[in-house]
Design a protein around this ligand. Sequence first.
Ligand code: ADP
Length: 190
Amino acid sequence: MLNLILFGPPGSGKGTQANKLVEKYSLLHISTGDLFRYNMKNDTPLGIEAKSYIEKGDLVPDSVTINMLKAKVNENPDVAGYIFDGFPRTIAQAEALDNFLKEKGQSVSGLLALDVPDEELIKRLLERGKDSGRKDDQDESIIANRIDVYNKETAPVFDFYKKQNRADKVLGVGTIENIFERLCSMIFWM
Ligand code: ADP
């Protein structure tokens, strides 16, 4: 199985690249952000809980996020592998994912981090906010908080996998096709 973590700050292009990777490698794309938005749209108890955090640009608590992720994986056992997009975002989530996969006799194949400068992220997010309807993309102070949370809580996840020789950075600037090729050439070695 190929179990890939697509990593990077908000606006780094994880969703765009995940869609292309899914096609090429026949993987299941699991985006925790998309799962939360689906639940918010349908006013489920999970969506209502998540909304209060997401609208401020904060992380949804680990226990909620981890249970949601596990449920999604368990619902889809017969796949060639998973692309985790937006998960893990904390060390606790990374540890939970490792243990969870281990119980299934599986593991994370590798983490690829899209590297994009902050100015470019802010520009992309504000642009996306114009037509996506995502409130968290429309307010510069919420965007700034998300980048701050990323640097404090999420960036350490890169080092967690780097120490185990399972993490690499990929330049996330350029054409979508160029970035895709960079990712594919890294996946080749996993
Ligand atoms: P982004 O475009 O900022 O990368 P996502 O679409 O992945 O955002 O997620 C949107 C929001 O959902 C995040 O800002 C956060 O509040 C919440 N969220 C998504 N994934 C997680 C996670 N793994 N842990 C906690 N909160 C999460």
